[in-house]
Structure formats: structure tokens, C-alpha cells
Design a protein around this ligand. Structure first.
Ligand code: DP6
Length: 376
């Protein structure tokens, strides 16, 4: 990839609050992060950790494939489970990049995506050295459990630090976006909104499209019960599925329009600490996204019989007075949003009704950050 004049990462960074520890420099980062960042650049190696996020208002469809600009804003919750740890080490004498995923050489197209991302970082820093990337997921890769979000968020932080890129949390969010759209939200802990900047295009849109933390009522106590009905890789990648949906689904534009309304109402519900409203809006937004895919030609169907069984449990819990709401991504697994203090109830109900599933409780997690150790 040649130098990309569209990408601007040196933009005044957001002030990172607790749990949003990605920012490398002094006032905008966590204590000590600035020195660790500078040292990583000097040594040409860094390690970073990031967690997946689950969207409550979904990102589904790009308006610019090259810059990874979405059609609409999205809003997510970063989790405290399934972390990815990525080490990047510059290897000046090597013939090319080496990419390891969970200890084994990465297969295509994952390898090419990482190399393209490193090319982007190289074009931004002027440092041309190849690198060794060693990425370890604690989440099944490619199963609709947001491995690309944690993966590219960790890679963005580790590669930017190792190549000595000087930027803040907002710049890192923009950079992560270029690897995988949803990754830009994993730079931040808790709830984050990714701005589509849909009124702009090209360089201006690149600059304006990043995620940032969303204010939430302190009393809001949430958990996400993750129902893994199938941990295998999905048949159609989310990238291909969203492309097909945008190109062929007659339901796509109406969903994008209603999603804008969902987002405004979601922000109000989060600010007011209204869990029932948060859940209702998230569930209808996810079902709408799946409806757009079902209407694509040919249809994209990620939901399996066990997914529908889990959705039935959620309805039953609600009838019994438990605030539980479902959301699903590009895969058959179901995530159930509920109050933190009722997560054990939801977990037990799902375990009983979907015996083949593995079930775990996730809670709000931290933003991407440099990890201890120098990645050497
Ligand atoms: C259904 O971020 O994986 O999880 O930008 O093409 O890499 P690319 O797509 P990706 O899509 C995630 C889609 C989703 C919804 C969401 O996370 O908002």
C-alpha cells in the first residue's frame, strides 16, 4: 500500500478516562503510558491487549470500503472476557511480515489483512521495516464473537507503539477502524459510539469517523450473558455479508434510517439508566439488522435453531418479570443483556433450555492498552 493521504491520525486526542487507557501521551493517557509508548517506539516492539465489544446499535454496511466508513453510527459495550493479546516486533532484516495467530502462521485472508494494516502504519510513520505479529485470542476466531474487534484494536495499539506513531486514543480508534470497523469501538472501555460522519466523504470523513465513550448513568448495572451455540467459523464473513446486504437488500435503507432513531433513543436510555429501554432498543435494532440480511439476494442467514431457542428463553424470562433482551451478530450465538444482579438467573435459564450451548457471563470491560512486557 502506498502512502495514504486520506489518513490523518495526528488529531487532538480525547481525554481518556478510567478504563480508556489507550492514549499514549502524557495528559491524554494513563499514568506511565507515555513513557512506555516512547520506549516501545525506541525498541521497535510492543504488546497490547484489547477486549471485544458487542454492538447494541449495530454497524452493518459500509459507504466506503477502502476507508472503512460505515453507513450509520453504532454503539457498543466493551466486555471483560475474550481478550486478545498482540505482540508486534520490528524485524528490519526479514524478507517480509510474519503473522502468527494463536501460535500458528495465519491463513489467508487473515494474513493479508494484517499485512495491509501494517502497510498503513508504515505509510504513516515512514518506517519501512517488516514486523513479526503474534496475536493470541481467547475467543473462537471468526464465530461472530467479535474476534476481529479485539484483534484489530490490539494490533492498532501494538503496531502504532512499535512503529513509533504519535497519536492519541481518537487517532488509534481511527487507525483500528481501517483494520475492522467494529475494532474502533474496542479502544474504549464500557459504552462507546462510533461516528459515521455520514455527511462527509474522503479525508474529512476519515478524520471525523472514530469512536468515543458514551456517558452512562452510574446506577446502570448491566451484564451480557453469552450463549455460544456454535463456536465454529461462520460460512459467510461479516465483511462479505454486509457488502451483499448493502447491494441487494430492499430492507437495508429503511433499517439504516430507523437505526439513527434507535441510536438517539439509546443514548437517552443510557444517560437515564433505563435498562428496559436499553434492552428493547438493542433487541429491535439487532432483529432489524438480521431482517436486512434475510432480505438480501441470496439471503444471509446466521441464526440457527438453537439461536431461536435462546430467543424464546429471553421472551419467557421477560414474561416472568426478568429484564432480559437479546442481541445477535454475524453468527448464530446469542448475547442476552440483563441486570448484573440477575445474570445468574438468566444464565441458569439459558443453560437449561439450550443444553448444547456453552454459556458465560460478561460484564463491562476496559479499553485497549499497552500490556506489560515489551513484546520481545
Ligand atoms: C454484526 O467490524 O467485523 O458485529 O469492518 O468489515 O471488518 P469489517 O466488519 P466487522 O463487522 C461487525 C458487524 C457486527 C455488528 C457490530 O459489531 O456493530
Amino acid at each position: 500500500m502506498t502512502a495514504d493521504h486520506h489518513t490523518t491520525v495526528d488529531h487532538p486526542a480525547v481525554t481518556a478516562g478510567p478504563g480508556t487507557a489507550a492514549a499514549p501521551a502524557g495528559a491524554e493517557g494513563e499514568l506511565g503510558q507515555g513513557r512506555a509508548w516512547a520506549q516501545a517506539g525506541r525498541l521497535g516492539r510492543a504488546a497490547a491487549v484489547a477486549h471485544p465489544n458487542i454492538a447494541l446499535i449495530k454497524y452493518w454496511g459500509k459507504r466506503d470500503e477502502d476507508l472503512v466508513l460505515p453507513a450509520a453510527d453504532s454503539l457498543s459495550l466493551t466486555l471483560d472476557v475474550f481478550a486478545t493479546t498482540t505482540r508486534v516486533r520490528l524485524a528490519p532484516g526479514a524478507a517480509g511480515d510474519r503473522v502468527l495467530l494463536n501460535g500458528a502462521p495465519a491463513a489467508e485472508p487473515a494474513r493479508a489483512r494484517v499485512v495491509a494494516f501494517l502497510d498503513l502504519v508504515r505509510s504513516l510513520t515512514g518506517r519501512q521495516a517488516p514486523a513479526v505479529v503474534d496475536s493470541r485470542n481467547t475467543v473462537p476466531t471468526g464465530a461472530g464473537l467479535a474476534s476481529s474487534a479485539s484483534g484489530f484494536a490490539a494490533l492498532a495499539v501494538a503496531a502504532a507503539a512499535a512503529y513509533g506513531l504519535s497519536t492519541g486514543a481518537r487517532g488509534l480508534s481511527r487507525l483500528a477502524r481501517r483494520g475492522s470497523g467494529s475494532a474502533c469501538r474496542s479502544l474504549f472501555g464500557g459504552f462507546a459510539q462510533w461516528h459515521a460522519a455520514a455527511h462527509t466523504s474522503g479525508a474529512a470523513a476519515d478524520l471525523a469517523s472514530y469512536a468515543e465513550p458514551v456517558p452512562v448513568a452510574a446506577a446502570l448495572d448491566v451484564a451480557l450473558v453469552i450463549v455460544v451455540v456454535d463456536a465454529g467459523p461462520k460460512a459467510v464473513s461479516s465483511r462479505a455479508a454486509m457488502r451483499r446486504t448493502v447491494a441487494t437488500s430492499p430492507l437495508y435503507r429503511p433499517w439504516v434510517d430507523s437505526s439513527g432513531q434507535d441510536l438517539r433513543q439509546m443514548r437517552a436510555a443510557l444517560a437515564g439508566g433505563d435498562l428496559a429501554a436499553v434492552g428493547e432498543i438493542a433487541e429491535r435494532n439487532a432483529l432489524g439488522m438480521h431482517a436486512t440480511m434475510l432480505a438480501a439476494r441470496p439471503a444471509v442467514r446466521y441464526l440457527a435453531p438453537a439461536s431461536l431457542t435462546a430467543l424464546d428463553v429471553v421472551l419467557r424470562l421477560r414474561r416472568d418479570g426478568v429484564a432480559a433482551y437479546a442481541t445477535m451478530d454475524a453468527g448464530p450465538n446469542v448475547k442476552v443483556l440483563c441486570a448484573g444482579h440477575q445474570a445468574h438467573l438468566v444464565e441458569a435459564a439459558v443453560r437449561q433450555a439450550v443444553p448444547g450451548a456453552s454459556v458465560l457471563v460478561a460484564r463491562p470491560g476496559p479499553g485497549a492498552r499497552l500490556a506489560r512486557g515489551d513484546g520481545g
